[in-house]
Structure formats: structure tokens, C-alpha cells
Design a binder for this molecule. Structure first.
Ligand code: 0A1
Ligand code: ZN
Length: 885
């Protein structure tokens, strides 16, 4: 494959949403015949073309890195002057409405290290071939109209050596297979549902499968199959169960049924992202599919269930109704993440799921929204679309759908999605179409919410309160403000739904009656903030209440309040909303952190520790929720609070919180640990998972409070663990607390899991995240481990991203050594896999807020790399350019 990306970005022209034009041509039918082999594959494409509208534009097809072997128009071979080839495609002026264009191209899968288009997973002797087409990979397979608003029917015939490639798969329903001369064979697939090219997929190789019969609510019989290599097939059962749960849930909650005779999933270790929703042929990063009790943690089990569901849900939100253009990416991703979040909440604990999701948003999306790469959920322009598979498009996008769902209520939202599917099935649509369908189904105008999709940055909401004892009224004044982001200096007020309640001082909720209302309506309600500032006046309020704002995190905003430590502690003890209880604890911990950073008095710290000590003894509290309450915000989140960031100081201040909590819980830790450990088993039920989660946290605190006992317990837990959750937790406790036993435990883990890629990734990641001044040396040594390679995205993320993004103290060295080191790795990686390099480069996101010494170092390192932009991929150059702008 020729270099994986168009050269050099600086100055390369951005694609603008405002430039969108409907395609001049359509493709009715794509017929592909693929002769597959590792080094060279030949792709024959037969495109049935139609003019779209009355224009006279010549036919222009996308194509990158393709070696054109032949080209025929309407049965006649074209002469060189009858078509024009360039680095980005092919122009065929002679094409007419109704023409049939046939091309034959050659591609080289084994040389494709970018993992987009057709590539090889695994060693050339044993590996298998597969494709990744989203967003623009299909043009690396054949000449085509590679844009999501061109939907075509596909018939795909695969041919290959039977012994080397016994399994041949493509989208749609199987439509025959058979033998060919010379030990080759063929298989044909017909996909009856028109689809955009980004949903195309094929797979060929030595794969085993497991299967299950499924009958949809509408009565369609479906074969569910999961394919994996022989050493992995035994680890696919959990994913198959999860798939069935997701299918039933989508039938029940959204009325959506599956629509083909087969649903195939394939696992690969070589994948840039989590998974891909290709029609009827999902392809999964093995990390999000393979599970076994010995090597998979509880968190990973939940992630697998979530990703299996996510890809399945795309069948309706993304595939049946797709995006008009890539600016609308969140139309499918935000909605599908929201659907997955609701599903996971239903499968487990809704409160915990909400805490996890908000925590992810704050850790990953808030910093993105506050930094140089900030962009709207629906951006207005991009240079490289690969760089927009972001936390903003996914996670903030899901929050926007959640707001809409909250506004409409469960029944109204279902009416809305029913209309959306009915109206737009088989179409490529926009965010406006989505809002219109939701609104029309409920007689509402939801267009004001479009500003949420267009405006970047996290809104700040400030609350001021006045209680008037004489009139027994309570006025809550809410103001909103969104800080400027790159290219968007001015922000407009947004419609912000704030779910609120008012606590009386005895912990009860007060009935809520707004001025002008005849009677109180419930103890919780949604206030719609639509202007820059608004006052809501509650009446019949018997005492000065304690407000509980943004319950359930009802909008993706930051609430700025001056709530006193004592009031936060009160809410941490008494909140009835699981998310808000956790949030009160996080706020209190933030205040404690602020004070520790200034070396000031520890009122908040004392309040935090005291409240947690009381909760620690509360037998009624769910163990998993307690584990979350006992965890202060991450160093990354706390760092966001600093105008000028010194990661060492942040770490020290956070350590003060951890150590103070450990000291306060003191003697209570060990008995609690023992009690939890005595119940240890390997089962996956919610109670057992919750106990393990709390035990991990208690063990960490015990290692701080009493290292000798903590380390002894961790060592025993490591040796006798029933599963990976306990084993990894014990190993992490030993390593992070610098135990004498850590080296030996790491070596034993390394030997035990030699050859198990996913287990080794955890070993790399754990070590990369140990906060220490010597982290860089450790990472460099780990890069010399024979199992390390820059060619495998999971391995790169496990070691390099865990270090650069998950170890602020280790990465942000004052001497800048890690910055210059990372820049060299980015150069190497960019030549192999641009999209992975670009993702890793986002580790520099916060560089401008660093204290001056580090800031200068980071800038120099980045500038040195940016100076080479003409030799870098568009992916990496785009990130660099925006990061430095
Ligand atoms: N649509 C997928 C994400 C995805 C995007 C790009 C990929 O290759 C470069 C792969 C997967 C999802 O949301 O699951
Ligand atoms: Zn998705």
C-alpha cells in the first residue's frame, strides 16, 4: 500500500459544513469480486451509476493507494485519455446516467500498517484479512463515491485459497459458496439494505466460530455467530450472551428488530478503535470482545457488554438511518452512546452507571472542551475526519440526547424515535432532521437545542440564592456563561434543564411550589434555564433550604457554587440522588484539594474525611457506591482547576487527601478488608463485583495506612486470587505503593500471561501509570520488552498513552525529557499508523496551561515536530497545528 495518508497538512484546505452539496451521482448497485491474498488482492468493482439531479458534473470517484489494472465503461475498455487519475481519485468524463463502470485494482494488505482499508491482522503465516472503512477507508479498496450520503445495494463475491482462507465473510446474507479450481473457493453475500460505503466489510482467514439461534420479536430467525482465531474462540461466550441481551433490549425499549438472516461478529487484535458496526458484520477489537474469568476484570466485562450493545444498536442508529455527511457524526454516535448507557444502566446499577459516565465525561471531554482542540458536537469544519472521533462527539453528544430524552419524558422520547425511524429509514440525515422528528412527534419545537450541537465549550452555571423568612420564599438565580473556544469567541445562552430539589435541614426533601402555581408539584423538578440569567422563586418554603442542583447530571455543564464544606458534607451524607451524593463528595474533595495546594487550613479536608468515615460504617450503603465515594477526583480533573498547572504540586496535594482519608479510617480498614476478602469468589453477580470494587479501594488505603499489613494482604490476594479483578488490584496496590514484593509479583504475572496479549496490555498499562520521577526510564525499559511493538494499537495505547495521558507526574517532567521523547515516538508511529499517532499526540492538549518551565519545554518539543509537518500524515499534522494555534 502506498503511504497511508495524503501528505502534509499545514495549509491543507479544511472541509466545511457550509460547503455541503448533494452528490452529483448515485450508485444503485455495487458488485464486488475480490480475489484475496496476503501480499496482493485484486478487487473488481462494477458500479451501476445514476445521475443525481439535473447537473452535468463529470463522474468523480474517490480512490487512494490503488493500483488501477483496468477500467471499462459500459462494456468498453477506456483509453488513457478517457479517464484522469490523481492521488485522490479518478475522473471519468464519459460516464452517463445509467452507465456501468467496471474497474480492477490491486491492493497490498500486508503492507497496510495504517489499519484502514484492507489489511492483515496477525503474522503473515497465520493471520487473517479484514477491512476497516469508516470513515474513508473504502476508497483504499476500490474507486467509489466514498461519502455517507451515497447508499447502494451490495453484492460481494470473495475468492481465495481454501486452505489458507477457509472462512470468507462479507455484509448481508450468505448467497452461495463453492469450490474453484486449484484449491480455491468462493462465497457470495448479498446485502438487501442500501448502505453507505463506510459500512462495507469483508473478512477472510482461518477463524473458528460459536453460534446461537435467535428469533426476533417480529419472528425473523437469525443465526448469531462470533468468529475468532482458534486460541480466542473459547473466550467469546460472554459476548454472545451480551449480544442476545442487547437485541432483546432494543426490541423492548425502542421497538427495533434485527433485519438480516445472520449477525456476524469478528474479533481482531489489530484495530485502531474499539469496534465497528459494519452492516451484519461487526468487527471488534479483541479487547472489547474476549472474556475469560482468569484474565478479564469486572470493569472489562461491563465494557464488553457495553461495546457489543453499542455496535448492535448502530444497526438502527447509524446503519438504517445514517449520516448525511461526517459533520453529523454525533447523530449516530451520540445517540448510540446514549442508547448503550441506558442499556447498561438497565443491566446493572443506574446510579453507578451515571457516576461512571459523568466521571468519564469530566476526565476526557471537559479537558478537550477547555483546550486547543475544543470543537462543537457538530463541528463546522475539519481537516481530517479521523480526528473527530472524540469524547465531544461521543460522550457530550450522548449527554445532548439525554437532555432531549429528559425534556420529552420516556414516552415522548419513544414517540420521537419511532417517528425518526419511520420517517428516515434508508436515508442519510442531519441533526436537524433528528430534532425535527423528536419535536414533531411531541408537538414541540426543539430547534433551540441545535445551539448545543453548534457551540463548543462547557457552560458554567452559577447559582445565587436568597431566602426570605418573612414571605417564606426562596429565590434561586441561575446564570450561565460559556467560555470562548478556538474560533468561537462569543457564545449564546443555551437551553439548560436543571433538575433540582431542596433539602430541609433534617435531610427531608421539601415539596416544590413555584410562585404562581396553585399547589406544590413533587419534590424534584426541572428548571429550564434559557437566558443568560433567570430567577426561579419558590414559595411556601418553611426554612432556608439546601439546594440540590443538576440532579442526575441533567445537563453537561459545570455548576459553580460557593456551597460551604459543611453543606457539602451534609449532602454527601444525606443526598437521595446517587449521582448528586457522589458529586457532593467530589466537590468537597476539590475544596480540600484547593486548600492543600495552597497549604491552607483543612476544614474541607476534615469534613470530607469525617463524612466518609461515617459512610464507611453505614451497612446499608451499596459497596460499589461506597468505593466511588471514597475515591477523590483524578489528578487530571484536579489539574483542570489550576490556572497554572504544576503536576507535581497537584500530585502532592492529592496525596494529602488520600493519606488523610487513610489515616482517618485507620483501624477500620483492615477488618473491612478481611470481611470483604472472606467473601471472595469468582462470580460475576452484582454483589460480588461491588465487594471486589470496594475491596480494591480499601486495600489501597490500607497500603497507605499500614504498609506492612497492606503489602502482606496484597501479596496473599495476588497469590490466591479467584480472578483477574482481585489479581490486578493486588498487583496495582503492590506496585503503586512501592512494596518490596512488587518486582517479583510483576515478573510472575509477566510469565503467567506470556502470550496473552490482553493480559499483557494490562501489565504494560499498570506500570506506565505509576507516578514517579523515574517513570520515563521505566517506560523506555518496557519498550525493550520483546512483547512491545509500535505496530499494535492496543500495545501502543497500553504503554505510551497510559504514560502520556494517565501519569501526569511521570510525563510532565520539569526537564521536558518526556516531551522530546514522546515527539520522537510520534514520528516513528506516524510512519506506521497515522490515526494512532494523532490520538497519542492529544496528550499535549493541556500544554498551554502548564507552569512556565514545562510550558516552554512542551512548546519547543511540539514546534520541532510541527516543523516537519510536510513529512507528517494529515492526521498528526492536523492535531499539531490545532494544538499549537
Ligand atoms: N463507528 C465506530 C467507531 C470507529 C471509527 C473509526 C474506525 O476506524 C478508523 C473504527 C471504528 C463506533 O462508534 O463503534
Ligand atoms: Zn459508535
Amino acid at each position: 500500500m502506498i503511504p497511508s495518508d495524503a501528505p502534509g497538512a499545514p495549509g491543507s484546505r479544511p472541509v466545511l459544513l457550509s460547503d455541503y452539496r448533494a452528490p452529483a451521482w448515485r450508485i444503485e448497485h455495487v458488485e464486488l469480486a475480490c480475489d484475496l491474498d496476503i501480499d496482493a488482492s485484486e478487487i473488481r468493482a462494477r458500479l451501476a451509476l445514476r445521475r443525481n439531479g439535473a447537473g452535468a458534473a463529470p463522474l468523480r470517484l474517490d480512490g487512494e493507494g490503488l493500483a488501477l489494472r483496468s477500467i471499462n465503461l459500459d462494456g468498453r475498455a477506456l483509453e488513457p485519455g478517457e479517464y484522469m487519475l490523481d492521488a485522490e481519485g479518478l475522473t471519468v468524463p464519459g460516464a452517463r446516467d445509467g452507465s456501468v463502470l467496471e474497474t480492477v485494482v490491486r491492493v497490498e494488505p500486508a503492507k497496510n500498517t495504517a489499519l484502514e482499508g484492507l489489511y492483515l491482522s496477525g503474522p503473515r503465516e497465520t493471520g487473517f484479512l479484514l477491512t476497516q472503512c469508516e470513515a474513508q477507508g473504502f476508497r483504499r479498496i476500490t474507486y467509489c463515491l466514498d461519502r455517507p450520503d451515497v447508499l447502494a445495494r451490495y453484492t460481494v463475491t470473495l475468492r481465495a485459497d481454501r486452505a489458507r482462507f477457509p472462512v470468507l465473510l462479507a455484509n448481508g446474507n450468505p448467497d452461495g459458496a463453492g469450490a474453484l479450481p486449484d484449491g480455491r473457493h468462493w462465497a457470495r453475500f448479498v446485502d438487501p439494505h442500501p448502505k453507505p460505503s463506510y459500512l462495507f466489510a469483508l473478512v477472510a482467514g482461518r477463524l473458528e466460530h460459536i453460534e446461537r439461534d435467535y428469533v426476533t420479536a417480529e419472528g425473523r430467525a437469525v443465526k448469531l455467530r462470533i468468529f475468532a482465531e482458534a486460541d480466542a474462540i473459547g473466550r467469546c461466550g460472554y459476548a454472545l450472551d451480551a449480544l442476545e441481551r442487547a437485541m432483546r433490549w432494543d426490541e423492548r425499549v425502542y421497538g427495533r428488530n434485527y433485519d438480516l438472516d445472520v449477525f456476524h461478529i469478528v474479533a481482531t487484535h489489530d484495530f485502531n478503535m474499539g469496534a465497528m458496526e459494519n452492516k451484519g458484520l461487526n468487527i471488534f477489537n479483541a479487547k472489547y470482545l474476549l472474556a475469560d474469568p482468569d484474565a478479564t476484570t469486572d470493569d472489562e466485562y461491563r465494557q464488553i457488554e457495553a461495546v457489543v450493545a453499542h455496535e448492535y444498536f448502530h444497526n438502527w442508529t447509524g446503519n438504517r438511518v445514517t449520516c448525511r455527511d461526517w459533520f453529523q457524526l454525533s447523530l449516530k454516535e451520540g445517540l448510540t452512546v446514549f442508547r448503550e448507557q441506558s442499556f447498561s444502566a438497565d443491566m446493572g446499577s443506574p446510579a453507578l452507571k451515571r457516576i461512571e459516565d459523568v466521571s468519564t465525561l469530566r476526565r476526557a471531554q471537559f479537558p478537550e472542551d477547555a483546550g486547543p482542540l475544543a470543537h462543537a458536537v457538530r463541528p463546522a469544519q475539519y481537516c481530517e475526519i479521523n480526528n473527530f472521533y472524540t469524547a465531544t462527539v461521543y460522550e457530550k453528544g450522548a449527554e445532548l440526547v439525554r437532555m432531549l430524552a429528559g425534556r420529552l419524558g420516556a414516552d415522548g422520547f419513544r414517540r420521537g424515535t419511532d417517528l425518526y425511524f419511520a420517517r428516515h429509514d434508508g436515508q442519510a440525515v442531519t441533526v436537524e432532521d433528528f430534532l425535527k422528528a423528536l419535536g414533531d412527534a411531541n408537538g414541540l419545537d426543539l430547534m433551540p437545542y441545535l445551539d448545543w450541537y453548534r457551540q463548543a465549550g462547557t457552560p458554567r452555571v452559577r447559582a445565587r440564592e436568597v431566602y426570605d423568612a418573612a414571605t417564606r420564599s426562596y429565590a434561586l438565580t441561575l446564570g450561565q456563561h460559556t467560555p470562548p473556544t478556538p474560533g468561537q469567541a462569543q457564545k449564546r445562552p443555551l437551553p439548560i434543564p436543571l433538575r433540582v430539589a431542596l433539602f430541609a435541614r433534617d435531610g427531608r426533601l421539601l415539596p416544590l411550589r413555584l410562585e404562581g402555581e396553585a399547589a406544590a408539584a413533587g419534590e424534584e423538578r426541572v428548571l429550564e434555564l434559557t437566558a443568560a440569567e433567570q430567577t426561579f422563586r419558590f414559595v411556601d418554603v418553611p426554612e432556608p433550604p439546601l439546594p440540590s442542583l443538576l440532579r442526575g447530571f441533567s445537563a453537561p455543564v459545570i455548576v459553580e457554587s460557593d456551597e460551604a464544606p459543611a453543606d457539602l458534607a451534609f449532602r454527601l451524607r444525606h443526598e437521595s440522588d446517587g449521582y448528586n451524593r457522589w458529586d457532593a463528595g467530589q466537590r468537597l474533595a476539590q475544596l480540600a484539594f484547593d486548600a492543600a495546594l495552597r497549604g491552607g487550613p483543612g476544614t474541607a479536608l476534615v469534613a470530607w474525611c469525617e463524612a466518609l468515615a461515617a459512610l464507611f460504617d453505614d451497612a446499608a450503603l451499596d459497596a460499589a457506591l461506597l468505593a466511588e465515594l471514597l475515591t477523590p477526583p483524578s489528578a487530571v480533573e484536579l489539574g483542570e482547576r489550576c490556572a497554572e498547572l504544576d503536576p507535581d504540586a497537584v500530585h502532592e496535594a492529592r496525596e494529602t487527601l488520600e493519606n488523610s482519608l487513610a489515616a482517618r479510617l485507620g483501624a477500620a480498614l483492615e477488618p473491612r478488608y478481611r470481611a470483604l476478602h472472606a467473601q471472595a469468589d469468582g462470580t460475576l453477580d452484582a454483589a460480588a463485583q461491588a465487594r471486589r470494587r470496594l475491596k480494591r479501594r480499601v486495600l489501597d488505603l490500607l497500603c497507605r495506612h499500614d504498609p506492612a499489613r497492606g503489602h502482606a494482604s496484597a501479596r496473599l490476594q495476588f497469590d490466591g486470587a479467584h480472578g483477574m479483578t482481585d489479581r490486578l488490584a493486588a498487583l496495582a496496590a503492590l506496585v503503586r505503593s512501592g512494596a518490596r514484593e512488587a518486582g517479583d509479583a510483576l515478573a510472575r504475572y509477566r510469565r503467567r500471561y506470556d502470550g496473552n496479549a490482553l493480559a499483557l496490555d494490562k501489565w504494560f498499562a499498570l506500570q506506565a501509570q505509576v507516578p514517579a520521577a523515574t517513570a520515563l526510564q521505566r517506560v523506555q525499559a518496557l519498550m525493550r520488552d520483546p512483547a512491545f511493538t509500535l505496530r499494535n494499537p492496543n500495545r501502543v495505547y497500553a504503554l505510551l498513552r497510559s504514560y502520556a495521558q494517565g501519569n501526569p507526574v511521570g510525563f510532565h517532567r520539569a526537564d521536558g525529557a518526556a516531551y522530546f521523547w514522546l515527539v520522537e515516538r510520534l514520528r516513528e508511529l506516524d510512519a506506521i499508523n497515522p490515526s494512532v499517532a494523532a490520538r497519542l499526540a492529544t496528550a499535549f492538549n493541556g500544554w498551554r496551561r502548564l507552569e512556565p518551565v514545562r510550558r516552554r519545554q512542551a512548546q519547543q518539543a511540539l514546534a520541532a515536530l510541527a516543523a516537519d509537518a510536510p513529512r507528517l500524515s494529515r492526521d498528526l499534522a492536523d492535531i499539531l497545528e490545532r494544538t499549537l494555534a
